[in-house]
Structure formats: structure tokens, C-alpha cells
Design a protein around this ligand. Structure first.
Ligand SMILES: [Zn+2]
Ligand SMILES: [Zn+2]
Length: 880
């Protein structure tokens, strides 16, 4: 019946993974149909950018979702995990513009329509790359329901959402300071701005008082913007400037009279405590300007060149050339007080590295006040829960202080804003289809807005637009609201909050019940992984080397409630070793099931201590895993599985079982049944995290059903859980370890069976079953004694609290040699320890070395300390 060769001696993930993924696909296990008679579980995955390529953050994010999905599916839920991609306006447009640049073309050479054809062609060719990489991770997403934010139905949802807000009066044209990329020629969102440390200067400029009574000095990193200054600001509580608030200064080079104002925003510790205010070119100055009714003068244009308002001498200059000229001119007038070297963060475009220009610009905005309130309420009332819950505060605080949302982008790739402006009366008309005439005056001279919507405007609709909204589909009725959103903390505002208020606004429902924010994956040094720098783990390489299961397990094992996790290939390698350990245990079990008459645990009499123990521990593990997954404590689930499978099943139970497999037919049958049951159950228990190896093992075992992924998820059977058995067994294992240590100290191999005297602490250790294991585990024959042997100096001694004391007759001849050996080792350990301790006592080392180096040194010292204590103990055991 069972082929002992059905599992090869070495686990080869590559063959196994491809085979089972194709099998699952062919069986349509990932696909979910609406079925109102069944409970459902739904996740709409965060759509990766269509330009994306799998990085370690993705690997963690989507593994978590696949673990939850597989777990729920096995629990009998009708499970939908819906995949798709985001059109990623700016990123995708840039890719195609780069292609064009190689041909010496710009998008303007092609025109909007032709350019968009090129983008679609790019998307058709490269846009599925990341989804194919997801398949290599083993994700059980419903590929039949894949969505794209530029699909016709999705576009319809975006237009519908826009028009509803427009008709409610929530969408308006406004002028604000936005992040402008002079190269990409578009407004970009805060998250697309990357801050880079740059060595520059802080220029101290004298602004003369208008009344000739001296000057005030302001410090700035961007002197060219002074041409657009409309005030100087100081902090109202700054005593140095109390007297000058309300006075005016004459703006140098421009000769504009501007006021000195007081505003709480000004940091008295920056520069001189007096700052220039340029409302058109700095978001904070813009806010100050609104508070004090200051004019906004645009001196830098969209090409990052100085405008007419910058004055004739500077007009047309590039912003950095203008900087040099402004500084020269100020110096010529004796208006530079001093110039300091200054390192500061400069915002750059995440796509093209160009330095961002904060720019006053006319854009489309969405009013946030009304939308934010219900989105705050649902979190406050606990209808949406954050895991870890500290992120609820982040979310609420942001929404409480939210500014209106700039929703327009000056791109071609995206959802073109469905608004037509009348050339005659200036009225805006919004519609899903082409507008022929102005809705106010009927004029046919209408022009559609050139801008597209912010990509987050469309992704805010993801959970419901993917299920068919605005149509009332059965999918929407059945699968919505979805169950959980799994995402990174840096898009709580940009995305999570926007999905919540969008869903509440359009559907009157929350989009999901739970939000699980996973940790950021850093490298071993605690730095961000960078694909371009080659620092960090490349998930595809890790899969290639160690297998997808190993990568998935390593990630789940690491992710906890902390903000960040440190990760390296080493972690994946250790998880691969775990896979091999399971594999070897599985092979052992399968080879020993030869001739086994398939039986359930109910068919056998479970009396052996180790059987009762392993079944108790198994059911406890089942309970832990289910609880951990329910609470999104993914790491606890992985840890429990690891400890049970490796630490208990492989290291102890399998070893204890070996002699019994050669014992009486009844004994053999019992142990076979337990081995089978534990392996089969843990395969199912581990399946959500390590889907491939568990399917391979499960298929090689006697089983019911087609696939492990649709087999039932284990439920703990409380009747097996027995705390006293677990306690006894823990002491038995301690007893075995103590005897093994004794044998090692005596220079004996584990196989060499020797006699040991045992003064046991606890009555359960006198029990025959316990005694068998104590002997079997250590290769000893135990004689129980009530007191130490009379000639105790001739014994090696090992005492364990709660377990007792073991005496092993010391081999006479080797004693002197042994003592010399231990002494030599002890001396060397002590030397190393002294060196390490000296290092740790060195203030310079402690203050200068990176924290992980200090940590490592502390670990080394602790290990040496322990080692030295152990050797001393062994020495004492040898007697004097
Ligand atoms: Zn750019
Ligand atoms: Zn009109």
C-alpha cells in the first residue's frame, strides 16, 4: 500500500512547488463563487503597482494574507482572496517615457492618444510580472477575478465616485502649495517625496527696516525664494523680537515693503529666530500666509525657472543659477551677514530624483471635513479594529487634522478628470461620457480637463469596485464588507483612511472589519533594504535557493508586534533546515507505516506516557495556532509549530518511538497510529504557512480527499490535553539531558549503555513508564537510590532541580587526563571572557561601536560565562 520510496531522500522544493501549484490551479481551489448558504471570508489584496517587482515587503504582506486565506478555507469558509494591480500613474508613465527617451522622443511628440497606446502596450507586456512572482510564493488568489484599476468597469466606478462628490459640492478648484516635480511635470503626493541628506549652506541675509533703524537677519536654505517673500515672521514669545513685530522691512533686491509678523509656527531656535515667509513656495509659509492674509507671489515656474514676478534680472534663470546670482547680488550690497555649512534633508521625486519644488498651483481638491468624521467614528466605536491597536491613534489623529485632498495630477496615464469647462461662462460640467454642451449656458465650446486623478483616488475604491460597485452585484452583496486589510504603516493615511471614508460615503458600509499593519522588514543592521543597492533579501533568489515555504515561514516567524523586523538570508536558511527536519521525520514515519492497518486514535489504547504527552502537546499546539491566527499573532503560530515539530516531535517522540516499532505487534500498531496521527495533523496545521511541503507529505500519507488545502483545519480536542503528563514529561527530558551530560563528561558515547544511580525528587519519576524513557533517552540502566552512594567521590554527579541527582561511576584511568583537559579549556575560556569583559567595561567602545556590535559582545560574554560555569561544575564533579 505505502511506497516507502514515495518521498525522495532530499527535499527539492523546486519540483514540488511547481507541481502542486499547477495541481491547485487545475482544481480551481482558489476560485470562489457566490453561495449564500455558506459563510464567506474575503480579502481584496492591496494592488501592487503594475510596474512593481516582488520585494521582501510584498513577500511578507501577501504571505500573511495567504496564510489567513488558506486557514479560513480549511476551516470551511467560502474564501475569496481577490488579486489585481494598480495602474500607478506616475511610475508607469515614467517607465514609458524612459522607453521613449531611448528613441529620442517625448510624450509630447506622440500626443496624448498615441502615448496612452504605448502605455497600454507596455502594461500588456510587463504588467503581470509581479502577479507571476506572487504565484511562485504559492499565493492562493482567485486569478479568475483579477482586477486592474484601468479596466472598463473599474474606470466606471472611479467616474461614478468622482461625479457623486462633484455633485455634492465636495470637489473644487483651489490654489495650494503642492509638491511639484519639475521633471515629471506633475504634482506628487507626500509619499512620493524622498528626503535626501544634502550638504548645503544656511545663508544669513540682512533685511533693512523700512524706517532705516537697522536690520533684521533671516536665515534660509533657499535664498532664491526671497524674491517671493511677503513677510518676515518671528515667534510671538521670542523676547528678542517683541519690539519689532508690526514694523516693516524693505525686501532687498526687490524693494518691496513687507511686514514683520508674529506666528506660533516659527521655531525660535532655527537660525536667528526670524524667518522669511514665501507663501507661494513653501507649504508652511502658505499656511502662515493664509493666517495673516499675505499675498502669494510665484517666482519659480513649473519648469523650475524664475518667473516674470522674480524681476527682470532673474526671469528665465534656472532656480539654482538664480540662487547663485541672488547670493552674489546680496553680497554686492553687503546684505549677507554670514554663510554657514549646513546639512539638511531635501525633498526629491521618488521616481526621478529631481529636487521637488514646492509650488503654488491651481489644482482640484476634495473637501475632507464631512468625509473624515464618519471615518473617525467607525474606528472610535470599534467597528474597524487595528492590529496592533496603537495604529488606530495614528489613523484618528490624521483624520482629525486632515487637510483637503489634492486629487489632480498633471499626467496622461490615469483616470482623466471627467469635467468639462465652458469657454463662454466658465462653468464646470461633470459627466461620465463626453459632454457636448455647457450645463449652464448650453455653449458647445467645452473642453475636458487635461489632468488625471491621483492614483489614491482610484485605489480608495478597491475593496468594493473590485466586487462590482457601482453595480449591485451578488459579489458585492455576499463578499462585502471584506474581512481584513493587511498593509504597511506608511499608507495608513494615503490609503486605509481613504478606503474607509469612500466606502462609508458611497456604500454606507465599512470596507473591512480588521486592519492588520505588518512590520517593516529591515536588514540585519536595521537599515532599509534596497534593491538597487543590492542590500537585503531578494525574495526570488531566496525562493530559488531555499524554497518558497522556507521564505514564507521565515517571514511569518519574524513578524511580530514590533514596528520593524530584522531579516536576512540566514533566517530563510534556518527555515529551510526546518523544512528538511520535517521532511526527514515524514520519511521516517512513512517508512515505518509499512504493514500498518490504518486506524484512528479511537481504535487504540493510549497508555504510554510519551503517547499521552505528544497528543497533549499536539492539541495544545493546535489550540495555540488557532488562537494566534485569530488575533493576527502570526509569529506565535509559527513559533508554536516550530517548537512542537522540531523540539518535541522530531527530537523526542520520534526517538522514543524507535524501539517500540521493533516491539510487539500491538505496541507497534499503537506507535504507528500515533506517529501517523501527529504527522498528518501537523501537516494540516502547518499548511497555511508552508503549503508545498505539507501537500507533498500529506499526499504521501494515507489520506481522505484530494488535497490538503481543502482538508479540514485541525481543531483542538481538549480531552487529550493533560497538564500533569506534560509536567512529568518535561522532567523526564531534563533527566535524559542530565544523564547525557554525565556521559559526555565521562567521555562516553551516547550509544554505550551504562549504569546510573538515580536519587529522584518526584514520585512520578519512579513510575515504570517514566523510567523506561529516562533510560531509553540517555542509553542508561537506572537504579533508584534514596541517598548518595557511600563511595560518592568515585562518581560523576549531576543534579537537576525537581528531577533529582544522577551518579555515574567515573572511569578511573581517564580522570586525571579529563581534569587536565577541562582545566586547559577552562583557562582558554576564562582568557576570552576577560578580554570580552574588558571591552564591555571600555566607555569608548560602548559609546562608539554600533549597537548591534555591542549587543553581540554582550552575548559573547554571557555565553563564555555560562561555558566557564559549566566547566567548573564538571571539574567539581570529577572530585579533587
Ligand atoms: Zn520626477
Ligand atoms: Zn457655459
Amino acid at each position: 500500500m505505502l511506497d516507502p520510496n514515495s518521498l525522495p531522500t532530499v527535499y527539492e522544493p523546486k519540483n514540488v512547488e511547481q507541481k502542486w501549484y499547477s495541481f491547485w490551479l487545475s482544481k480551481k481551489y482558489f476560485h470562489a463563487e457566490v453561495d449564500f448558504s455558506r459563510p464567506r471570508y474575503c480579502i481584496t489584496i492591496p494592488p501592487p503597482n503594475v510596474t512593481g517587482s516582488l520585494h521582501i515587503g510584498h513577500a511578507l504582506c501577501y504571505t500573511i494574507q495567504d496564510v489567513l486565506t488558506r486557514w479560513k478555507r480549511m476551516q470551511g469558509y467560502n474564501t475569496l482572496c481577490l488579486p489585481g494591480t494598480d495602474h500607478a500613474g506616475i511610475a508607469t508613465q515614467n517607465k514609458v517615457e524612459q522607453q521613449l527617451a531611448e528613441e529620442g522622443l517625448t510624450r509630447h511628440d506622440l500626443g496624448r492618444e498615441e502615448f496612452l497606446k504605448r502605455v497600454w502596450a507596455w502594461r500588456d507586456k510587463y504588467g503581470s510580472e509581479i502577479l507571476n512572482q506572487f504565484k511562485r510564493m504559492g499565493f492562493s488568489f482567485d486569478w479568475d477575478r483579477e482586477r486592474f484599476t484601468m479596466d472598463d468597469d473599474y474606470v466606471d466606478a472611479v467616474l461614478e465616485a468622482f461625479i457623486r462628490l462633484f455633485n455634492k459640492g465636495y470637489i473644487y478648484r483651489g490654489t495650494r502649495v503642492i509638491n511639484w516635480c519639475p521633471r515629471c511635470h506633475t504634482a506628487i503626493s507626500d509619499i512620493e517625496v524622498e528626503y535626501v541628506e544634502q550638504a548645503s549652506h544656511l545663508w544669513y541675509i540682512r533685511y533693512p527696516y523700512e524706517d532705516g533703524s537697522g536690520h533684521v537677519v533671516v536665515a534660509t536654505t533657499r535664498p532664491e525664494t526671497m524674491l517671493g517673500d511677503t513677510a518676515v515672521a518671528v515667534n510671538p514669545n521670542d523676547p528678542r523680537y517683541k519690539a519689532v513685530v508690526g514694523k516693516s522691512v524693505l525686501l532687498p533686491l526687490v524693494n518691496r515693503v513687507i511686514p514683520i509678523i508674529a506666528d506660533e509656527f516659527v521655531d525660535p531656535d532655527f537660525g536667528t529666530g526670524a524667518v522669511k515667509v514665501t507663501p507661494a513656495h513653501d507649504p508652511n509659509d502658505f499656511e502662515i500666509g493664509l493666517r495673516h492674509n499675505l499675498p502669494q507671489i510665484v517666482v519659480i515656474g513649473q519648469q523650475a525657472q524664475m518667473t516674470q514676478d522674480a524681476g527682470e534680472r532673474y526671469q528665465g534663470l534656472d532656480r539654482f543659477t538664480a540662487r547663485t546670482r541672488v547670493v552674489e547680488d546680496l553680497e554686492a550690497h553687503g546684505l549677507i551677514e554670514k554663510i554657514e555649512d549646513y546639512v539638511h534633508s531635501v525633498g526629491t521625486c521618488a521616481r526621478c530624483d529631481t529636487i521637488i519644488e514646492p509650488l503654488l498651483s491651481e489644482q482640484w481638491f476634495c473637501r475632507m471635513k464631512e468625509l473624515a468624521k464618519p471615518a473617525i467614528d467607525v474606528v472610535r466605536e470599534g467597528l474597524i479594529k487595528f492590529y496592533p491597536d496603537r495604529y488606530a491613534r495614528t489613523y484618528v489623529e490624521w483624520l482629525e487634522n486632515v487637510r483637503d485632498w489634492c486629487i489632480s495630477r498633471q499626467l496622461w496615464w490615469g483616470h482623466r478628470i471627467p469635467v468639462w469647462k465652458c469657454e463662454d461662462c466658465g462653468e464646470y460640467t461633470a459627466a461620465k461620457t463626453n459632454v457636448e454642451a455647457c450645463s449652464k449656458c448650453g455653449s458647445p465650446k467645452v473642453q475636458q480637463e487635461e489632468d488625471v486623478l491621483d492614483t489614491w483616488f482610484s485605489s480608495a475604491l478597491w475593496p468594493f469596485a473590485t466586487l462590482g460597485w457601482p453595480k449591485q452585484t451578488p459579489e458585492l452583496e455576499y463578499f462585502y464588507p471584506t474581512d481584513v486589510l493587511v498593509t504597511a504603516r506608511d499608507i495608513i493615511y494615503l490609503w486605509v483612511a481613504r478606503m474607509v471614508f469612500s466606502s462609508l460615503e458611497y456604500l454606507g458600509k465599512i470596507p473591512f472589519h480588521d486592519v492588520y499593519i505588518y512590520a517593516t522588514v529591515l536588514n540585519e543592521e536595521g537599515k532599509r533594504m534596497s534593491k538597487s543597492l543590492g542590500t537585503g533579501v531578494d525574495p526570488l533568489e531566496a525562493i530559488e535557493q531555499f524554497g518558497a515555504d522556507a521564505l514564507r515561514f521565515a517571514l511569518i516567524q519574524q513578524t511580530g508586534k514590533t514596528q520593524d523586523i530584522r531579516f536576512s538570508d540566514r533566517r530563510v536558511e534556518l527555515a529551510r533546515n526546518f523544512a528538511n527536519k520535517i521532511w526527514n521525520a515524514a520519511r521516517f514515519v512513512i517508512m515505518n507505516l509499512d504493514g500498518w492497518e490504518q486506524s484512528s486514535l479511537r481504535d487504540i489504547c493510549i497508555t504510554a506516557l510519551e503517547d499521552r504527552w505528544i497528543l497533549s502537546s499536539l492539541n495544545r499546539t493546535v489550540e495555540t495556532v488557532n488562537t494566534a491566527l485569530s488575533n493576527y499573532d502570526m509569529d506565535d503560530a509559527a513559533r508554536a509549530l516550530y517548537e512542537f515539530l522540531w523540539g518535541e516531535f522530531c527530537d523526542w517522540y520520534v526517538e522514543f518511538s524507535k524501539p517500540r516499532l521493533r516491539s510487539s505487534a500491538q505496541e507497534k500498531h499503537a506507535v504507528q497510529t500515533v506517529l501517523y496521527h501527529v504527522l498528518e495533523t501537523t501537516s494540516r496545521l502547518l499548511h497555511p504557512i508552508m503549503p508545498f511541503i505539507t501537500e507533498e507529505i500529506w499526499q504521501a500519507l494515507p489520506h481522505e480527499g484530494e488535497s490538503i488545502m481543502v482538508a479540514p483545519f485541525p481543531v483542538a480536542d481538549q480531552s487529550f490535553i493533560d497538564e500533569s503528563v506534560e509536567k512529568t514529561m518535561a522532567r523526564v527530558m531534563e533527566a535524559v539531558r542530565a544523564q547525557r551530560d554525565l556521559k559526555a563528561a565521562a567521555g562516553l558515547t551516547l550509544r554505550k549503555v551504562v549504569e546510573v544511580l538515580y536519587q529522584a525528587d518526584s514520585p512520578d519519576l519512579h513510575d515504570t513508564q517514566a523510567r523506561i524513557l529516562i533510560e531509553r533517552g540517555a542509553g542508561t540502566v537506572v537504579t533508584y537510590v534514596d541517598s548518595p552512594p557511600a563511595d560518592s567521590e568515585k562518581y560523576l554527579v549531576q543534579t537537576v532541580a525537581d528531577v533529582g541527582t544522577f551518579y555515574l561511576r567515573a572511569p578511573e584511568v581517564d580522570r586525571e587526563k579529563e581534569r587536565a583537559r577541562i582545566m586547559a579549556e577552562l583557562e582558554s575560556v576564562r582568557r576570552d571572557l576577560a578580554r570580552s569583559q574588558a571591552k564591555l567595561a571600555n566607555e569608548q567602545f560602548l559609546s562608539r561601536a554600533p549597537s548591534h556590535v555591542v549587543e553581540k559582545e554582550r552575548r559573547i560574554a554571557a555565553e563564555l560565562q555560562a561555558k566557564s560555569a559549566k566547566l567548573e561544575e564538571q571539574l567539581a564533579a570529577l572530585g579533587s
